[in-house]
Design a protein around this ligand. Structure first.
Ligand code: ZN
Length: 448
């Protein structure tokens, strides 16, 4: 597959309609459309091409892990590649062609070539009778099989006695491929951002997370070094996360906050799924969503969904939540050809990007302070703090109430997030009030 030139997308900033905020550094919609046709799967050249496409924008490390490598209870599977697949009438008319849509072939289908009766073929056909024009997305990773996915309406018109079937694929020893990028921090502690890259032409389910994560990496690499490193993982679901965990077990304790990103390109409400044991990132996500103006729902952890369940498995138990808009399995476009580039919007991607910068910035800036002299309320006028607030701009939007909350609540135990929640104020304002208090030497940082 020729990819040269496809990914050199000029970064033009397109601020969203919901006012202000940071503009994404790259054109996420253009990148999503460029990556959409690639035949991604658990392994193979579609995954490599996707990671190479991201590399045009961010300095991604690409790792290859050999087939058969033992990772916890699993083995890295054989590598799957596909060049083409068709179903034809006996007189050579092409009815189904992988070249038109890579959802047409069941992922990990073994090679096939021959003539099959309609009855035999029917055992390998997947359709959606309730959505007769949509192509379903199916895989058979761990049971050797082959199959085609097609619109039910098309299958109903296929009434010949036999058909010629061809799947030109290989399932052979090779490697599992994943991408990794660390945006370094001042400390060893890290925020983990993880997205899956194993779905073929599905836009919201996998590509939305991929392009938003790429934009976040580009954004933070261009900024001054933050306190916490930010580690980005682009990997096939389940086996990819298990492989990464198995290869990095000695470094897992550095991960202090984490997020799986998936289905964040549709314009529906946000859904945040909590970490397995509860963590600061849960409260931070709730806080940022509450002040975002977007509709949202917070969901409890469950051991089903995306890789939050690997990061939250026993013996690992990392504080990794999951940010979604549409929830897997519960929207009609899910795992069908209707989850295409028209289902995601540039504006929804930009909203998700901005929400995530607010959330990551909060995690970076959430600290704990104590009053230098905690007896009574300090005299603010003498220190020019009333003037600073009147100036507003320098005060970063902090109000007198925000200052009073900070000075009252900084006891060396409560974090700025605790204070912001109690004050029902956005974190950024409480952070700005704390900065004024730091400048006036009224508070000092405490390691919790
Ligand atoms: Zn999926």
């Amino acid at each position: 597959m020729m990819l040269d030139g496809v990914f050199k997308i000029a970064g033009h900033n397109e601020p969203g309609n919901d006012g202000g905020g940071i503009a994404p550094p790259l054109d996420m919609m253009a990148l999503l459309k460029a990556l959409f046709p690639l035949p991604r799967s658990l392994t193979g050249d579609g995954v490599r091409a996707t990671l190479q496409g991201l590399r045009a924008h961010i300095p991604l490390d690409i790792h290859e892990v050999a087939t058969g490598t033992k990772v916890f209870d699993w083995d890295v599977p054989r590598e799957w590649n596909i060049r083409g697949a068709t179903i034809k009438t006996l007189d050579g008319r092409v009815l189904v062609d992988f070249a038109n849509n890579n959802l047409h072939v069941v992922g990990y289908s073994v090679p096939v070539s021959g003539t099959f009766s309609r009855e035999e073929l029917a055992r390998h056909i997947h359709t959606l009778p309730d959505q007769p024009d949509a192509i379903p997305y199916r895989t058979s990773y761990y049971a050797e099989n082959w199959g085609f996915c097609l619109p039910h309406a098309l299958w109903q018109t296929m009434l010949d006695e036999s058909y010629t079937v061809e799947i030109d694929s290989t399932l052979a020893d090779g490697a599992l491929t994943y991408g990794e990028l660390l945006c370094p921090g001042e400390t060893d502690e890290e925020i983990l951002i993880s997205v899956h890259i194993c779905h073929p032409s599905l836009a919201n389910d996998n590509l939305s997370g991929i392009v938003v994560a790429a934009a976040l990496a580009q954004h933070y690499l261009a900024k001054p070094v933050p306190r916490l490193g930010i580690r980005f993982l682009f990997l096939p679901a389940t086996i990819g996360a298990i492989t990464w965990l198995a290869r990095n077990e000695d470094r897992l304790s550095n991960i202090v906050h984490g997020l799986v990103l998936t289905c964040i390109g549709d314009d529906g409400p946000f859904h945040y799924k909590k970490t397995v044991d509860g963590a600061v990132v849960d409260r931070a996500a709730d806080h940022v969503l509450s002040h975002s103006g977007h509709a949202f729902e917070v969901m409890e952890f469950s051991p089903y969904g995306y890789d939050e369940r690997q990061y939250g498995s026993p013996g690992i138990a990392l504080p990794v939540g999951c940010l979604m808009r549409a929830v897997h399995g519960s929207f009609p476009e899910y795992h069908t050809s209707l989850d295409n580039c028209d289902f995601v919007t540039g504006e929804a991607l930009a909203q998700s990007f901005r929400l995530l910068t607010d959330l990551i910035d909060l995690l970076q800036q959430n600290r704990t302070y104590a009053r230098v002299d905690g007896r009574g309320e300090p005299q603010l006028g003498r220190r020019g703090l009333y003037r600073a607030i009147a100036g507003q701009k320098e005060a970063g939007g902090a109000s007198q109430m925000d200052l009073l909350w900070v000075l009252n609540q900084c006891d060396g135990k409560r974090s700025l997030l605790d204070i912001a929640d109690r004050a029902k104020a956005p974190f950024s304002r409480i952070r700005a009030a704390a900065d004024l208090c730091l400048d006036a030497e009224l508070i000092t940082e405490v390691k919790p």
